[in-house]
Write a protein that binds this ligand. Structure first.
Ligand code: MG
Length: 250
């Protein structure tokens, strides 16, 4: 069931989104060789709590940290730890959610650690650009969920990359994950029609190799099956009568 948000609810989602966006930015400013993923998680948690919000991921289905932090061939759901130290040349994906007065904001980005390979740089750029392709595709009246996936997947394929199919974007609101599912693949003009009041996380997960992934024995971390690099970019987006708003944009 899809929960459409009214103006009052959207206002709260904007606050939640802003807090999640700020936490992500702050973490990104602290990405450098030698920093542990636990340190980044602490920065995120402190910011969210200082804002009077709660980290959405902490305790979600038993997740033990405030953010998901995934390095190189890890796609999503990496668990921050004291033992994971960022190294020059890594790419690190940070995924952050914040809950404020009952509403969630969810966003993610991929950061280079120091100087990275051209391939890594290009992957990050293409992943980010694929998100904005999707936004373009849903600006038109009567856009559908399939327009998002089609835009993301076709743009990534043009650049020789694959999208992950096992994990998808989602509605966001009083729950971190609500209907509808928002896949990064699909057919233009197909699927659910977007309408004002919908709030969804659009989140391309893009691999240099195949889109296949495997779950690690820790029960959380998801890696590329072929060991290739993966990048992630996400904003929580509101569809309104006045147009599209990026709720997690700071
Ligand atoms: Mg998400």
């Amino acid at each position: 069931m899809i929960h459409l948000k009214n103006a009052e609810q959207l206002k709260l989602m904007k606050r939640a989104g802003r807090i999640a966006g700020e936490a992500l930015l702050l973490a990104g400013e602290n990405v450098r060789p030698g920093v542990t993923t636990k340190k980044l998680d602490d920065i995120i948690r402190n910011h969210i709590e200082r804002c009077g919000a709660v980290p959405s991921f902490l305790g979600y289905a038993g997740f033990p940290a405030s953010a998901c932090i995934s390095i190189n061939d890890e796609v999503i759901h990496g668990i921050p730890s004291e033992g994971r130290v960022l190294e020059e040349g890594d790419i690190v994906k940070i995924d952050v959610g914040a809950k404020f007065r009952g509403y969630h904001g969810d966003n993610a980005r991929t950061f280079p650690v120091g100087a990275v390979s051209n391939e890594a740089k290009r992957l990050i750029e293409v992943t980010e650009a694929s998100f904005y392709r999707a936004l373009e595709a849903i600006k038109k009246e009567g856009a559908r969920i399939g327009d998002i996936g089609h835009a993301v997947e076709s743009y990534c394929a043009e650049h020789g990359y694959s999208v992950v199919r096992r994990y998808v974007g989602h509605g966001v609101g009083e729950e971190l994950h609500e209907d509808p599912e928002v896949p990064n693949f699909g057919r233009a003009g197909h699927g659910l029609r977007l309408c004002a009041g919908m709030t969804i996380a659009i989140e391309p997960m893009v691999n240099t190799g195949t889109g296949a992934v495997r779950e690690m024995p820790d029960g959380w971390t998801v890696k590329t099956a072929d060991g290739g690099l993966s990048a992630h970019y996400e904003h929580t987006v509101a569809i309104t009568e006045e147009g599209i708003i990026l709720l997690t944009q700071v």
